[in-house]
Every structure is written in structure tokens, then in C-alpha cells.
Design a protein around this ligand. Structure first.
Ligand code: NDP
Length: 499
């Protein structure tokens, strides 16, 4: 056994290094300046060796090397003019990671911490996440080190227009379909979409997360938070339990957190606390998602200087505001923890406090919020740990449904979209759970999600071993249809299409 423990292990096979360890070592040597990407690759490669052991042909075909290297990276400068008439320059990126089963799909992040390594981590996760949804979407991610906080609406518009003035030539409804992420909500998507339309003279479903009046899907706003809670609820159901009477803590109070809070309450649970970058709030009556929505909208109004979650107590006098590190929420006794802020915000000491205080389930609403050490600690201490690439897939799943509605020029009702979301998230839990059992690791949802995510067919049969089937020669066949691509194993596609 190598690495840290059995959950993220790199076995030595017959005295030689395993395939996954070899690929990871090469990545570490090639990209030492990309720690988040290496962390994500470690988490994935550290769990899929059992599915590769039976198939030495994968190594010969260099399938993993192709999986971890983006098909294309676009980097560009984004010049824009601020309200003082001064020219500002930011950096823009789009990582087009993998298009084996559909157009690249994944969000745009506008945040000063954005680097290429961060976008590669998010893009790699996105490949497996999109695959788990069972919809025909490849993986991608993009963004900029632009900080929308404290900017006027005018400045945000100028930045978005400049960003799209370069990006538009690299995307398209059948090529690459970006969406929002941190710092990119409905307002930014609208400015980006308007500029794309102006430059191409075409209305197409090239972005998701659009406003309802111009092609957006009902329930997209709620999708990630609702999907997270459906996924966790399906786990609870499989153990004969439910959210009824459970105490929950949430980290974050943005888009994902707000609708997770709402759905927990609808299912009978109580959210005790949530946070932002300024501190955390504790409400003995249960956090009220409508107040969170109000604060969130204020923050994103274009006049957001000085607006923080502390405002919550103005509307809920029984609540208590704690200035400082939002990670204070992890100190509260609870049954379920939902990290919904951003990567690496739940550390080993937080995991130790949660376990000591009785937490039994962790569902990641954010991407990789839990460090590898904290994840290991949860798994070793009997906590059911649901990784983000499965548990937070509801957002991209409804983005996929938005693409379908745009392609058909249709709009489905809220109930139709929410119904599909719930059904697919509950089904995804069973796919992940069954895959973990199939590889003798019942309850290891990280392994289950990573192995099942390597195959786009999210059914009980999906796993890497399907990929050993020889793909029929492409010659003499009709081109793959979208539906066919959705159900054909990703690794076969890598083998056939991606040499
Ligand atoms: P938002 O920007 O709407 O909210 C982010 C929340 O996290 C805010 O409350 C923010 O506080 C807080 N936060 C940001 N940085 C930190 C930090 N360093 N420490 C503590 N808290 C922090 O983002 P979303 O809710 O949309 O996304 C949250 C996470 O979920 C991200 O990891 C994203 O990639 C992931 N995700 C989002 C999806 C979506 O559909 N939105 C889909 C799948 C994954 P403040 O307001 O003070 O900045």
C-alpha cells in the first residue's frame, strides 16, 4: 500500500509502480505549480486502480494520460475600462478538457484567486461529474482573475463584454457551452450571452444559467442545492432514515447554500448555521432561506460594498452573528454537514470537531471543499462522505436540460425540471453506491463516484470494465448520434476518437 491509507491508495504491483501512481507522479513533476489540480488528480487516481487492474490494455492505450491532459487550453487578456476611465487588464481562460461524450460543459469562475491550475482541477472534476449525470456533456471550465465584488453594474458589463469578445470564437452550442460559477450569476451570464449574440448574429443555447426571458430553464437557480439534498436524502432512505428531525450545518450562503437550506427545511430538517467570508450566523429557529436570498441579492446588486451575512440578524433578531472565520459552523453539534462555499474550506481539524460532535453524513455542495486529510478522517470514522462530483451535479444536470429545451425551442415547467432533477440525482446515488459495492468498498462513495464517473452510462452496470469491450470500427458507420454518444462508455471513445 502506498499513499496515505486504503481510501486513496497506490498499490505496488509485482514490485513495480501501479499505472495510476505512474501517471500521478508524472503530473506532479510536470505541474508542480498547480496544487489544486494535483489534489483533484490524487483523489481520482487514488481510487480507480481496482477498475484498471484487470485491463492492462488501458495502459498500453495511455487512457489515463489522455484523461488528465486537457484537449485544449485557451488563455487571453481581457482589457476593460473602469468607472474612472482607467484601462484594467485581467487574464481569461477556457480549459476545454474532454469532449468524448458531448460538447465541453462547465462553468466560468470570476475570482481573484483564479489560476490555470484551479481551472484544471475544476475541469477534471467536471468530466466525471458530467458523465455521472448520464447526459451527453463533455468537461470544461473557465474564468478570470477579475473580482466582481465591489464593482458597479457598468464595470461588470464592460468586463463581460470584453471577456466574450475573445471567448466567442472558441465556443458554440455543439462545441463548448459555458455556465456560471463563483462570481458568475444570472447578471454576468446575461451580459456574456448578449455579447455572444451581437458578435455572431445568432441566437443559440451557447450558455446555460440564462435568464428565463431569454432561454433559461426553470429550476436552474435551485438545482445544485436541491440536487445535493436529494442525493443525501436518497442515502438516508437507503439506511431507513430521512431528513426529518435532523440538525444540519451549512458552510457558505451563496447560490448552492441557499437552495440546500430551503430543501432541507422542506424535507423536515433544520439548518442551524451558515456562513460567508466575513463570519457565520446561528439561528435557533432554523436558518430562513428567504433572508439568505435577500442578503445574496443585495450583495450582487452592484452596490454591494459593506454588505455581509451579518445583515441576517437585522431580519431575524433571535439569530446570533459571529464575526470572523465562517469555519466556526463546523464546531456545532449536528447530524449532517453540507460544505457549500468553495475548495479546501473543511480541514482536518474541522473534520475532527464534526466527528467528535456526532456528525454522521457529509455532502459536498461545493467543488472539493474537503481536503484529502479531512476526507480520509471522515471515512475512517464511519461518516458517510458524498463527494461533490456526484452530490453537486444537480446544477450541470439542469444545465443539460436547459440545452435540450433550447435545442427543441421548448420550456418545461418548474415541476417537470425539478422532477427530472430529483429522479436523476436519486438514481445517481444508487449508481455510485452500487459501483462502490461492486468493487468491494461498500460505503466508499468517493471510489464509487470516480469509477462510475469514468463511464457515462450512469446505470448499475457502468464501470470501467465496460470499456474493455472493443469498439466497433468507426468506418462504414453513421456518425454517432447524441443519444448513442450518451450511452457509450467514455473510455471506448477515448480509444477510438481521441488518438
Ligand atoms: P456563490 O458565489 O453564490 O457563493 C459562495 C459562498 O461561499 C458565499 O457565501 C461566499 O461568501 C462563500 N465563500 C467564498 N469564498 C470563501 C472562502 N474562501 N471561505 C469561506 N467562504 C467562502 O457560489 P455558488 O454557491 O454558486 O458556488 C459555491 C461552490 O459550489 C463553488 O465551489 C462552486 O464551484 C460549486 N458549484 C456551484 C454550482 C452552481 O450551480 N452554482 C454547481 C456545482 C458546484 P461571500 O458572499 O462573502 O463571498
Amino acid at each position: 500500500m502506498g499513499c496515505r491509507d486504503r481510501h486513496f491508495s497506490f498499490p505496488i504491483i509485482g514490485g513495480s509502480m501501479s499505472y495510476t501512481q505512474k501517471v500521478l507522479d508524472e503530473l506532479k513533476a510536470r505541474y508542480p505549480e498547480q496544487p489544486e489540480f494535483i489534489q483533484a488528480a490524487t483523489e481520482i487516481l487514488g481510487t480507480i486502480q481496482p477498475a484498471l487492474d484487470a485491463h492492462p490494455e488501458y495502459e498500453e492505450a495511455a487512457l489515463l494520460e489522455r484523461l488528465v491532459e486537457p484537449e485544449r487550453i485557451v488563455m487571453f487578456r481581457v482589457p476593460w475600462v473602469d468607472d474612472q476611465g482607467k484601462v484594467q487588464v485581467n487574464r481569461g481562460y477556457r480549459v476545454e478538457f474532454n469532449s468524448a461524450i458531448g460538447p465541453y460543459k462547465g462553468g466560468l469562475r470570476f475570482n481573484p484567486t483564479v489560476t490555470l491550475g484551479m481551472l484544471k482541477f475544476l475541469g477534471l472534476e467536471q468530466i466525471l461529474k458530467n458523465s455521472l449525470t448520464t447526459l451527453p456533456m463533455g468537461g470544461g471550465k473557465g474564468g478570470s482573475d477579475f473580482d466582481p465584488k465591489g464593482k458597479s453594474n457598468n464595470e461588470i458589463m464592460h468586463f463581460c463584454q470584453s471577456f466574450m469578445t475573445e471567448l466567442y470564437r472558441h465556443i458554440g452550442p455543439n462545441t463548448d457551452v459555458p455556465a456560471g460559477d463563483l462570481g458568475v450569476g444570472g447578471r454576468e451570464v446575461a451580459y456574456l450571452f448578449g455579447q455572444y449574440k451581437r458578435l455572431t448574429n445568432e441566437w443559440t443555447g451557447v450558455l446555460t444559467g440564462k435568464g428565463l426571458s431569454f432561454g433559461g430553464s426553470l429550476a436552474r437557480t435551485e438545482a445544485t442545492g436541491y440536487g445535493l439534498v436529494y442525493f443525501v436524502d436518497e442515502y438516508l432512505k437507503s439506511r431507513g432514515e430521512s431528513f426529518e428531525g435532523k440538525n444540519v450545518v451549512v458552510h457558505g450562503s451563496g447560490n448552492v447554500a441557499i437552495y440546500a437550506v430551503q430543501k432541507v427545511a422542506q424535507l423536515g430538517g433544520k439548518v442551524l448555521a451558515c456562513s460567508d467570508t466575513h463570519g457565520w450566523v446561528e439561528d435557533p429557529d432554523g436558518i430562513d432561506y428567504t433572508v439568505l436570498e435577500h442578503v445574496y441579492n443585495k450583495k450582487r446588486s452592484g452596490h454591494d460594498k459593506g454588505v455581509t451575512l451579518a445583515m441576517y440578524v437585522d431580519e431575524k433578531p433571535n439569530a446570533v452573528w459571529h464575526e470572523g472565520d465562517g469555519r466556526g459552523v463546523w464546531q456545532l453539534p449536528c447530524d449532517i454537514a453540507l460544505p457549500c462555499a468553495r475548495e479546501n474550506t473543511l480541514l482536518l481539524e474541522d473534520a475532527q470537531a464534526l466527528v467528535a460532535n456526532g456528525c454522521k453524513v457529509v455532502g459536498e455542495g461545493a467543488n472539493m471543499p474537503t481536503t484529502i486529510e479531512a476526507t480520509t478522517y471522515f471515512q475512517e470514522n464511519g461518516v458517510a462522505f458524498m463527494p461533490g462530483k456526484a452530490a453537486n451535479a444537480g446544477g450541470v444536470l439542469v444545465s443539460g436540460l436547459e440545452m435540450s429545451q433550447n435545442a427543441e425551442h421548448l420550456s418545461w415547467t418548474f415541476e417537470e425540471v425539478d422532477g427530472k432533477l430529483e429522479q436523476l440525482m436519486r438514481g445517481m446515488f444508487h449508481n455510485v453506491d452500487d459501483t462502490a459495492k461492486e468493487y468491494g468498498e461498500e460505503g466508499n462513495f468517493v471510489m464509487g463516484a470516480n469509477i462510475a464517473g469514468c463511464s457515462p452510462r450512469a446505470s448499475a452496470k457502468s464501470s470501467l470494465d465496460i470499456a474493455c469491450d472493443e469498439a466497433p470500427s468507426h468506418s462504414g458507420r453513421e456518425p454517432f448520434s447524441m443519444v448513442e454518444r450518451a450511452v457509450r462508455p467514455r473510455l471506448v471513445h477515448l480509444k477510438v476518437l481521441d488518438k
